[in-house]
Design a protein around this ligand. Structure first.
Ligand SMILES: Cc1ncc(COP(=O)(O)O)c(C=O)c1O
Length: 370
């Protein structure tokens, strides 16, 4: 029996980088420093430099990165934060955790990222920030979003969890808004061996506040200036991430070449393949196609040992824990709702072989010519 082709494979990533990961782990174990310290600082600097500047503050996860960013920007109860429903629940959860109200807008039909045309109608006197989610590895349309945020004096937070290493008009994602929030969840483009995240801030004052907030609000004398969390990037993860960072661009290039292979192989089928925005670097965290026959196609591929996933099957505003806690426009979010019924994430990770990509393509072709 042939083995399953998974949609993501953190194990293949580990094996591809096994020697430097093992030596990074040994170094931390023998350092005697197991909370923050030199390893975390070295990774924070390396990551900020990779992103083209700013201050990196390593935290416990991508969700915590968003929570801490909101707190550091002074957002809390009574405030509204505009973002999308077509995202990981983490984006919206973070807004609720700080006590603010999520105001969810629709995405555009082509790229499925925040539709800038929806922003004006969503804004109120309580709006304090916009979270632009760079979905599936591709930038949201930041120029009009940034213009809107600046005109209204709102903060712009980039949710870069899915787009580490991507660019928008020549700038690295995470370096354009007031802060950029990243996740190092193991399947992400830069994945840890566990949880991890980082906030990239332009303003030294925001970075300073983030450093306090990630550990109880402590100042240098370990006195609490304001209540905070315990959410520090683990030095083991920092060392592993620093070992993997030099390979991120080549991994992202491999993701791009798999995407192009899919694009060529799937041409002509009644299946929408991802579209790339002009002047962005898409880093293909996910390769998401759309089909009116999504559920049958997914079942067929599973029978043929191909693992797919759906990002995301139920939009956040339709989920029980969120429906009553978020604001959506009176006409609903029709693009989001339709997308959630049709999208399918095909296998894509840097170690996926061309032969496996071709098997996925052949199975999809087989489905449409049954
Ligand atoms: C868009 C988006 N935002 C935030 C997160 C949260 O990251 P983490 O899982 O590291 O908390 C994720 C990860 O799933 C994500 O995809």
């Amino acid at each position: 029996m042939s083995s399953v082709i998974p949609w993501a494979s953190p194990l293949a990533q580990y094996r591809a980088h096994q020697a430097p990961i093992q030596s990074a782990i040994d170094r931390v174990l023998n350092s005697g420093t197991y909370i923050l310290g030199a390893e975390v600082e070295a990774f924070e600097s390396a990551f900020a430099e990779y992103c083209g500047g700013g201050h990196g503050v390593g935290v416990g996860s991508g969700t915590d990165a968003l929570i801490l960013a909101l707190k550091a920007l002074g957002i809390g109860p009574g405030d509204e934060v505009i973002t999308v429903s077509h995202t990981a629940v983490a984006t919206v959860a973070a807004i609720l955790v700080v006590g603010a109200t999520p105001v969810l807008v629709d995405v555009d039909e082509v790229y499925l990222t925040l539709d800038p045309a929806a922003l004006d109608r969503a804004a109120t006197s309580r709006s304090k920030a916009v979270i632009a989610v760079h979905l599936y590895g591709q930038a949201a349309d930041l120029d009009p979003i940034l213009r809107f945020a600046r005109e209204r004096k709102l903060a712009l937070i980039e949710d870069c969890a899915q787009a580490c290493g991507g660019c928008y008009r020549g700038s690295r994602l995470g370096s354009i808004g007031d802060v950029g929030c990243f996740s190092f969840y193991p399947t992400k483009n830069l994945g840890a061996i566990g949880d991890g995240g980082i906030v990239l801030a332009h303003e030294p004052k925001i970075a300073e506040r983030l450093r306090r907030l990630r550990q109880f609000g402590w100042d240098d004398g370990r006195q609490t200036r304001e209540p905070g969390l315990n959410s520090r990037l683990d030095p083991l993860q920092a060392a592993i991430l620093r070992a993997k960072l030099p390979h991120l661009d080549e991994d992202n290039a491999r993701r791009g070449s798999i995407a192009r292979r899919y694009e060529r192989g799937l041409r002509g089928l009644p299946l929408a393949t991802p579209k790339e925005r002009a002047d962005v670097q898409h880093v293909y965290h996910l390769y998401v196609v759309a089909s009116a026959q999504r559920d049958v196609l997914m079942a067929y591929l599973a029978e043929h040992q191909i693992g797919c996933a759906i990002h995301y099957p139920v939009p956040v505003h339709r989920q029980r824990g969120y429906a009553e806690r978020v604001n959506v426009p009176s006409g609903g979010l029709p693009v989001t709702e339709l997308a959630c019924q049709q999208i399918l994430s095909l296998p894509l990770y840097p170690e996926l072989s061309d032969a496996d990509v071709d098997s996925v393509i052949a199975s999809i072709r087989g489905f449409f010519t049954r």
